[in-house]
Design a protein around this ligand. Structure first.
Ligand code: SF4
Length: 370
């Protein structure tokens, strides 16, 4: 048996994590639930609403993503939302029980300029509604992280997606180290880190364990770790991937809970194909956060009313905002200490090509021109 304790450990190895993942299921669930109860209220689940503030047209080639421009999927792109539109959506989310709004923009990286200024204004606006604000905007410099923090950002999401080895099979337009560098930039502020990944992309169990090594050996560990099951979308290079079974999801959630006891483990994409019983087991195994709303950026998700009915059935309560970390103060734009630097950091553009992604790009271009 692995020599783990319930205190946070930062030197997990792949072997130790695989040993946990492969335990007899009842033993795994019992251990995860025990750790979960020691660190969290098992009857409380944090609810976030994910808003796509700028959809589609992304220059990256993430093999799972319908927003990558090169795959010409059927999603409807849109320009950056207005601040008033975002505010209205946030108020609606709050009234339905969400404590956090997570704003996603399909960008490779943040660029200083009017669009980023608009996002900063969205952060200020939502923070003043007494909701936790999260952003996922791509790669970020230290100065940009500081500007977001000053506006009142609570969390920044930047997923590692998979193990470093398997990452090269999924994305060729940036490197794993870029992800880690952005997380390190966020860590130079008081903004909390949300970083997780996706299972069901064709990776081996070793890659799932490798991703958990990468996340759990960060010090501090991410405050939030989303675990997504791939939702395969027609037109993307992963359209034919087999769906993830509930048993794999349960094992992944339970293992994440054991290796990152303090973290909020987020049961993310893939919930629409899970039964209520399956989701209940995930909450028992240590998931204590969900995304609410009928869309997860572009893929389907249960409606928040359905989620609230499930909560009632299970006796779960939505978590109040700012329970785990302090409510950040908002500094107005005119009082900001940090000015745009117009930096042009050299994020990696690895030279390798992913055959499957290249192939899909060609096929889709042909379909589009016919
Ligand atoms: S996952 Fe994000 S970075 Fe990758 S293609 Fe989609 S929107 Fe772009």
């Amino acid at each position: 048996m692995s020599n783990w304790t319930t205190e946070t450990k930062h030197n997990w190895t792949k072997e130790e994590i695989l040993e946990i993942y492969n335990k007899p299921l009842m033993e795994l669930l019992y251990e995860a639930a025990t750790i979960h109860r020691k660190h969290h209220d098992p009857n409380t689940v944090q609810v976030s609403t994910l808003l796509s503030i700028k959809t589609g047209g992304c220059p990256e080639d993430c093999g799972y993503c319908p927003q990558a421009a090169r795959y010409h999927t059927d999603i409807e792109g849109n320009d950056l939302m207005t601040v008033s539109h975002v505010k209205a959506q946030a108020l609606r989310a709050k009234a339905s029980g969400s404590s956090r709004v997570c704003m996603g923009a399909a960008w490779r990286n943040v660029k200083d300029g009017p669009e980023f200024d608009q996002v900063l204004e969205m952060v200020r606006t939502i923070n003043k509604l007494d909701m936790e604000v999260c952003c996922t905007l791509g790669m970020l410099t230290e100065n940009q992280a500081k500007r977001l923090a000053e506006a009142g950002l609570y969390a920044y999401n930047h997923n590692l997606d998979s193990s470093e080895e398997y990452y090269k099979e999924v994305i060729s337009t940036r490197g794993y180290q870029d992800r880690l560098d952005t997380i390190a930039n966020v860590r130079k502020t008081n903004v909390t880190v949300c970083s997780g990944g996706i299972i069901g992309m064709g990776e081996k169990l070793e890659d799932r364990a490798g991703m958990l090594v990468a996340l759990s050996t960060l010090n501090p560990q991410p405050e939030s770790v989303p675990i997504n099951a791939l939702v395969s979308v027609e037109g993307t290079p992963m359209e034919n991937q087999e769906p993830v079974s509930i048993w794999e999801m349960l094992r992944m959630i339970a293992t994440t809970r054991i290796v990152m006891p303090e973290t909020q483990v987020r049961l993310s994409a893939g919930r629409t194909s899970m039964s209520q019983e399956g989701q209940a087991m995930c909450f028992f195994a240590g998931a204590n956060s969900i995304f609410a709303g009928d869309k997860l950026l572009t893929t389907p998700n249960p409606d928040i009313q359905e989620d609230m009915k499930l909560f009632e059935l299970l006796g779960l309560k939505p978590q109040k905002p700012f329970l785990k970390h302090v409510h950040p103060q908002t500094v107005e734009a005119e009082d900001s200490q940090f000015k745009p630097l117009g930096e042009k950091p050299k994020w990696t553009r690895p030279k390798h090509k992913i055959e499957r992604n290249e192939q899909k790009k060609k096929e889709r271009r042909l379909v589009k021109t016919k």
